[in-house]
Design a protein around this ligand. Structure first.
Ligand code: 2AM
Length: 181
């Protein structure tokens, strides 16, 4: 790792769930509702870090490897639109305690490393559509995806030839076993 990178910690979604979400989105939102996030890019951000030097990347990776907590289950059973940030999102009516614990730990570690801290309060969500220009009707949550969360990852965000690409650089297993991680 020689150069600085735009990074964030996030939960990955299983490929099958990404495809189901994309099908649900296509069935419920008109084509002009906004700019759809590509299936492979659907994720839930735990901590946005911004542009990070190689030295800080090493520190963040070492600290993330020390996290010991068990996995948890995420139910995606809520959706909404934020007009100011112009996104339509999916989320949970009740955020799992494990998700908050993990995000708080990663944010505290990032703060200790002197990384960017978002001024926004943490609202866990999966962005489905960007650049929504108007209020769009949000379908009532007749959907529910249940995701066993067993890992989290450090992602690099790149903008290449007009497309956003997220690449997982490191992955950690959620376990409270002191011998693993
Ligand atoms: P968003 O989906 O709500 O836009 C990669 O860009 C990830 O980091 C996305 O999940 C994005 O959230 C989030 N992100 C980007 N800039 C951010 C910021 N300034 N504060 C918090 N999260 C941010």
């Amino acid at each position: 790792m020689s150069e600085s990178k735009r990074l964030f910690f996030a939960l990955e979604l299983p490929g099958e769930i990404q495809q189901q979400i994309v099908r649900w989105r296509a069935a419920h939102f008109p084509d002009d509702a906004g700019r759809p996030v590509a299936a492979a890019n659907l994720h839930l951000t735990l901590a946005f870090l911004g542009e990070i030097s190689a030295e800080k990347q090493r520190a963040l990776i070492a600290m993330a490897g020390c996290i010991r907590q068990p996995g948890f289950t995420l139910h995606l059973d809520d959706a909404g639109q934020w007009l100011r940030s112009r996104v339509v999102w999916l989320g949970s009516r009740q955020t799992p305690r494990g998700l908050l614990q993990l995000a708080n730990m990663l944010r505290a570690q990032a703060a200790r490393s002197g990384c960017y801290q978002s001024p926004q309060p943490f609202h866990p969500h999966i962005t489905l559509l960007r650049d929504t220009r108007h209020a769009v009707p949000i379908p009532s949550p007749g959907f529910r995806w249940t995701i066993p969360v067993e890992t989290f990852a450090l992602y690099e965000s790149q903008f290449i030839r007009g497309r956003t690409r997220y690449t997982a650089l490191s992955r950690w297993t959620l376990t409270d076993d002191k011998e693993q991680g």
